[in-house]
Design a protein around this ligand. Sequence first.
Ligand SMILES: C[S@@+](CC[C@H](N)C(=O)[O-])C[C@H]1O[C@@H](n2cnc3c(N)ncnc32)[C@H](O)[C@@H]1O
Length: 277
Amino acid sequence: MEERKYIHGYTEEEQNRLIDQGAVLAEFVFDRLDFSSTRQLLEVGSGVGAQTSILLHRYPNLNVTGLEIEPKQIEKANTFLSGFEELSNRYRFIQGNAADESIEMPLSFDAALFIWVLEHVAEPIQVLRNVQRFVNQGGKVFAVEVFHSSLHLYPDCPNAMEYWRKGIDYQRSIHGDADIGQRMGNLFIDTGYKDVKKQVYPMHFGKENRKQRAKMLIYWHGLMKSAYENMLDAGFTSPELWTMAEQEMLDLQKNDDAVFYYSFVTIEASVPENTSN
Ligand SMILES: C[S@@+](CC[C@H](N)C(=O)[O-])C[C@H]1O[C@@H](n2cnc3c(N)ncnc32)[C@H](O)[C@@H]1O
């Protein structure tokens, strides 16, 4: 069997980046999600528990079960969440592949959530179908996913953009899709979900919002860097390209004319009433 590859890897530095990422993006990601009437949530691809912690803090009546393929992530998630005594007994993590049709869950859920996960999955159709088994009929499934080709930087950053496009190519070569956001609606419809609602969330910051612009440019530099070692090993970048790309990203942070644009995609859909769960 081909070895499973993950663009960001599972180093401690990357695990900590995921925790920071959760905090930096929370105001955008959770702006259009509401779990106030959800009691049991399945968080698919729960990583190191970065979103789990935010969810549990935001919704005091919520319980979260994380389904995660990588044992190292689960270990880190348990360590991270054990730092919040007030959250104890409201979460658990299960190791498994969300595409695995033989996997069983200890309970059925009111809702399921994917955040930055389907972009890394080789078989998103299989995963979306499989997750229907775990959610009550009529229950909601939410996905928040990337659309990397939507990135625009001003002034022009040719090396940063070339590096970014090579990252998209690299992710495709390991069977992911960094542009999955653009076809998320189709994927949910093709897998039988009902009431599929898509929202594109633009983040467009210039002088009118210097604070958010600075936050995004700093975060994006880290996001680009997180793929560097794996891209280098696979021949998708060179130290020279990264050095020039990084310099452009650092220069943008100091340029008051800079403009940042990126949009991600959120889907809300219902599990059909006639599934066999
Ligand atoms: C970019 S991380 C996002 C983690 C978390 N959702 C967050 O936003 O912090 C993607 C996670 O999905 C996990 N993953 C990838 N494919 C998976 C699969 N088929 N089943 C379960 N988890 C998977 C990866 O191991 C990784 O921890």
